[in-house]
Design a protein. Structure first.
Length: 407
C-alpha cells in the first residue's frame, strides 16, 4: 500500500535528537540561538508548540471575558479550545475554498464592540494574501494573528509584515519537523516580554518524554516503507481494526494527554537543538519535489475539485480533494492500494456562536474532503493510477454531473 504521508525527518536527525537527550545542554542558551536564527530582529519566541504560543499570547493579552476573536472557519480544534479556556468566544469567518482564503469582505459584518482580534489560518500548505485581511482588521483596530502552522516553505517567509503575531509549527507531521517546537514572531515588545516571562515559569519538558517521541517517530518511519505499511494495513484489516485511526492517533502531538497540562511546558534542550539543526540544514528542494508531485497528480484529476486549486502560493503539505461520496471513495482507494484518509490533520469547521451566521462554504467542503497520498515518493505511474481510480469512481457513482456538483 502507498503510504499517505511520510514524516519529514531523516534517520540522522533522529539520531542527533537522541544524542542531544543524553548530553547536558543549556536550554535557555539554545532557545536564544534558535530565536536569533529565526528572526535577527529579536522579535521571536521559541515554544513547545503553536498551541503553547497561542495560549501564552491570550494569557498575556488578558482580554475581558466574553471578548470575541474572529477565526478562519477551518482551523485546529485545540485553537478554539484554548480561546474558550480563556473565557473568550471564537467567531468563524467563512472561506473561499478555491483559494483557501478568508473572505475579507465578511470581516466587517462579523465585528462587534466585543471583537478584539482575528486569527488567520493558512491551510494545507497554502498561503493566502494577508493585505486585504490586515486592512480590514486595522479599520476595526483588531490584533492580527497569523497561524502559519501548515505553511512553512523554507523561502524566508516568517509571517506577513502586517501581522502582529505569526506562529509556525514543527510538530510530528509538519515540514522540517523536530517532533515538536514552534517559532513565533511577536511585534509588540511589551507583549513579547510578558509571554517570555510566563513561559519561564513553566516546568521544563522531560527529556524522557522527548526520547519517547523520537522512538515513536523511528517506529513510524520504519512503518512508512511500502512493504511494511502494506503488511500493517492488511493485519489491521484481518483484526477488524482501523489502521487509519491508529496512524492518525500515533502521529498527533498531544494524543491522550490533558491539553493544558501538556502544552504549558518549556521545550527541552534536545528539541531546541534539533529544531535549529532542521532549519539550518533544511533542503528546500524537497518542497519543490512535493509541488511537482502535486502538479503531476492534479493533471490526472482535471475535473475533480481541489480545495486551494487557485491559491496564490501552495506547497501542498497535504493534497485534499472533494468527493461526492468520501467514505466510499476512501474504501475504494484502499482496495486499490492507496492509503487515502479523511483525518490527515486535526482540522475542523468552527461552529458559530448563537445568533451568528455559520460558515456554510467551509462546512460543505470539509464534509466532502478526502486526502490523497501525493508526495515525492509516489512514482508518476502510481499518481496516474490514483487519478484514474478517483475519476472512475466519481463517474461511476454520480456520472458526469458530479464534476459540477460542488460548484
Amino acid at each position: 500500500m502507498i503510504v499517505r504521508k511520510k514524516l519529514d525527518i531523516g534517520w540522522t536527525d533522529i539520531a542527533f535528537g537522541l544524542g542531544a537527550c543524553l548530553l547536558p545542554g543549556d536550554a535557555q542558551a539554545a532557545q536564544k540561538r534558535l530565536e536569533a536564527a529565526w528572526s535577527p530582529a529579536g522579535d521571536a519566541i521559541a515554544c513547545l508548540s503553536v498551541r503553547t504560543g497561542f495560549d501564552l499570547l491570550l494569557s498575556a493579552l488578558a482580554l475581558p471575558a466574553g471578548s470575541e476573536i474572529l477565526v478562519s472557519a477551518i482551523t485546529i480544534g485545540d485553537m478554539v479550545r484554548i480561546i474558550e479556556r480563556h473565557g473568550l468566544v471564537a467567531v468563524p469567518i467563512d472561506l473561499d475554498m478555491a483559494s483557501l482564503s478568508i473572505r475579507a469582505e465578511l470581516i466587517s459584518e462579523h465585528v462587534t464592540a466585543r471583537t478584539k482580534a482575528i486569527v488567520v489560518a493558512h491551510l494545507f500548505g497554502s498561503r493566502m494574501a494577508m493585505e486585504p485581511i490586515s486592512a480590514a482588521a486595522r479599520r476595526h483596530e483588531l490584533l492580527v494573528i497569523e497561524d502559519c502552522a501548515q505553511a512553512f516553505a523554507a523561502d524566508g517567509y516568517r509571517g506577513s509584515a502586517q501581522s502582529d503575531v505569526s506562529l509556525f509549527s514543527f510538530g510530528p507531521i509538519k515540514t522540517a519537523t523536530a517532533l515538536g517546537g514552534a517559532l513565533l514572531r511577536v511585534s509588540d515588545a511589551g507583549l513579547r516580554t510578558a509571554m517570555l516571562a510566563m513561559q519561564r515559569k513553566y516546568p521544563a519538558q522531560r527529556r524522557a518524554a522527548y526520547v519517547r517521541k523520537l522512538m515513536k517517530c523511528a517506529a513510524l518511519k520504519l512503518l512508512s516503507y511500502r512493504l511494511p505499511y502494506g503488511l500493517f494495513a492488511a493485519s489491521c484489516s484481518l483484526l477488524q481494526t482501523s489502521h487509519d485511526a491508529i496512524i492518525g492517533q500515533a502521529a498527533r502531538s498531544f494524543a491522550g494527554m490533558e491539553l493544558f497540562r501538556a502544552i504549558r511546558q518549556r521545550p527541552t534542550y534536545a528539541l531546541l537543538a534539533l529544531l535549529r539543526r532542521r532549519l539550518v540544514r533544511f533542503d528546500a528542494r524537497s518542497i519543490a519535489m512535493r509541488i511537482a508531485a502535486a502538479r503531476t497528480a492534479a493533471n490526472y484529476l482535471p475535473r475533480v475539485q481541489r480545495p486551494g486549486e487557485r491559491a496564490l502560493c501552495h506547497t501542498h503539505w497535504v493534497f485534499p480533494i472533494r468527493s461526492s461520496s468520501p467514505g466510499e471513495l476512501l474504501r475504494r482507494l484502499w482496495q486499490c492500494g492507496f492509503d487515502a484518509t479523511r483525518g490527515a490533520s486535526n482540522l475542523h469547521v468552527v461552529l458559530a456562536p448563537p445568533g451568528r451566521p455559520p460558515a456554510a462554504e467551509a462546512a460543505r467542503a470539509m464534509e466532502s474532503v478526502v486526502y490523497l497520498p501525493v508526495h515525492p515518493d509516489v512514482p508518476p505511474r502510481d499518481l496516474e493510477r490514483l487519478g484514474r481510480a478517483v475519476c472512475a469512481f466519481e463517474a461511476a457513482t454520480y456520472g458526469t454531473s458530479f464534476f459540477k456538483a460542488f460548484s
